[in-house]
Each structure stands twice: as C-alpha cells, then as structure tokens.
Design a protein around this ligand. Structure first.
Ligand SMILES: Nc1ncnc2c1ncn2[C@@H]1O[C@H](COP(=O)(O)OP(=O)(O)OP(=O)(O)O)[C@@H](O)[C@H]1O
Ligand SMILES: [Mg+2]
Length: 243
C-alpha cells in the first residue's frame, strides 16, 4: 500500500486529539501504529477506516484520495476489513451468522458460499463449538477471533486492525500472527495498532509512533525500533522494551 496523510487534524470537545498528522509511505505491506495510550492511534485508524471524519487534512490510499462524504465512505468501508477494540459484532446474531450475514447482504455471496467460508474460518480459529453462540455467550478472546474471522472473510486488500491480539492467550496470538503473515503473503496490506512491540517488530515493515496527536517518528521497523531519533519515541520505546 501507498499511504499519504497530509495535516490530518481531529478534535473532540475542543481537545486536539490529532494535530496536523502528516505521513508519507511509498510502500508498506504492514504499517504498525504504536505509541502511548491516548496518543490518537485509534482515532487515526478510525479516520482511515472511514468511520470518523477528520476536521481537516487529506488522506490518500494507493493514490486515491478519501472523500469524506457518506456515499463514498460507505463504499470505502465495504472495501476494507476492520477489527476495532470494541468489536461491534451484531449482538443478536450467532458467531456463524456474524460472519455469513455481511458476506450475503453486503458482498453478494450465496448463502452456501457464505456458510462454507464462515465454517472454514471458525475452524481455523478453533471456534467450531461456538458457532451457534451469540457474542454475549462468548469469552473476550472468542469474540475477538470471530471479529477477525469476519474481517478477513471478504478477503479485503486492506485490513485495519486495532489491537487484534489484546484479548488473546499466547497460543491464539501466535495463530493470529500466522494468519496475518499468510494474508500478507497473499498480497494483502495491513495497518495495525498494537501495544505488543514483539508483534509489531515481527510483522511490520513500516512503523509510525504516535504521541500526543503527532507522529513522533516513522520509518522502517528496524530503524524505528533500533535507532529511534526522536526524544519522545526514545523515551516511549525505552519504557516498553524494558519488559
Ligand atoms: N469519541 C470521542 N469523544 C471524545 N474524546 C475522544 C473520543 N475518542 C477518543 N477521544 C480522546 O482522544 C484521545 C485519543 O484517543 P485514542 O483512542 O485515539 O487513543 P489511542 O492512542 O488509541 O489510545 P490507546 O492506546 O489507549 O487505545 C484520548 O484522549 C481520548 O480520550
Ligand atoms: Mg486505541
């Protein structure tokens, strides 16, 4: 993916959460957004996902400028796969239906096709015994896996994940990591928000460190992790890499 952010700003209740964020990435398969809590990572990812309007600024994904108007955003949202912290599964649908329904209603798959895809993904994430359960009857990690399964079911070219492994045990984290690598090898691109530096280091080729609504540092993953230039990012990395 090629990504260009030009002076993207966003305020909530007069508080500037993103402050003229600019970032230009010529080519990345996996971009990790890291940085301290409250820095603006989720807000930026939601804007890129077309779920939130910026107050100012421009975004280009693969040379296409995002148009922040409802109809264009609707099309954009359908083309990306998203997993956010609040997984927004449909509460009244079973795990299986949460995956099949968007495939049928939004992506025009037949119900047989949708069922096959969904069952394959449930099995991949070791969720077969839970296909009939509603989100409220699933554990946090199970819900997270259903949300990931749903996001990748449409095989989008761009996947936006906000802390996809935050509620998973180490084994499942490895499973999700493998899945991300596999999808990446198929040519799909990721923007990942993560607090897990080991994970970011393993999967990301580009990293942007966001603190206090600004990009403190960005560049190739090894560069940012091993030779951070900016004082704020040095401080952050020294803290999080210590343990
Ligand atoms: N809808 C909202 N209304 C008001 N304030 C918001 C809203 N969404 C986010 N914020 C504020 O914006 C700031 C950035 O939030 P954001 O969720 O983007 O941070 P983050 O970097 O993802 O943090 P974390 O690592 O804890 O998830 C925070 O101070 C948060 O309280
Ligand atoms: Mg967040």
């Amino acid at each position: 993916m090629k990504l260009k952010l030009a002076r993207v700003s966003k305020s909530f209740d007069g508080h500037r959460v993103l402050d003229e964020v600019s970032l230009s990435i010529e080519k990345a398969h996996t971009l990790a957004l890291i940085g301290p809590s409250g820095g603006g990572k989720t807000t930026l990812l939601r804007i890129i996902a077309g779920l939130e309007y910026p107050d100012a600024g421009e975004i280009e994904i693969n040379d296409r400028r995002m148009v922040f108007e409802e109809e264009d955003l609707l099309r954009h949202r359908r083309s990306v796969g998203t997993v956010f912290q609040a997984f927004n599964l449909f509460p009244h649908l079973s795990a299986l239906e949460n995956i099949t329904l968007p495939l049928e209603k939004v992506h025009d798959r037949s119900s047989a096709e949708a069922g096959t895809i969904a069952r394959e993904l449930l099995s991949r994430f070791r969720l077969e015994p839970h296909g009939a359960k509603r989100p409220a009857e699933l554990s946090g990690g199970q819900r997270q896996r259903v949300a990931i399964a749903r996001a990748i079911a449409i095989k989008p070219n761009l996947l936006l994940f906000d802390e996809p492994t935050s509620a998973l045990d180490p084994e499942m984290t490895a499973e999700v990591l493998d899945m991300i690598k596999e999808l990446r090898d198929e040519g799909r691109d990721f923007i990942l928000v993560t607090h897990e530096m080991g994970f970011a280091r393993q999967v990301a080729d580009q990293v942007a460190l966001i603190a206090d609504g600004r990009i403190a540092e960005s560049g190739a993953a090894e560069q940012v992790f091993d030779h951070p230039q900016n004082e704020r990012s040095r401080e952050f990395l020294a803290k999080v890499l210590k343990y």
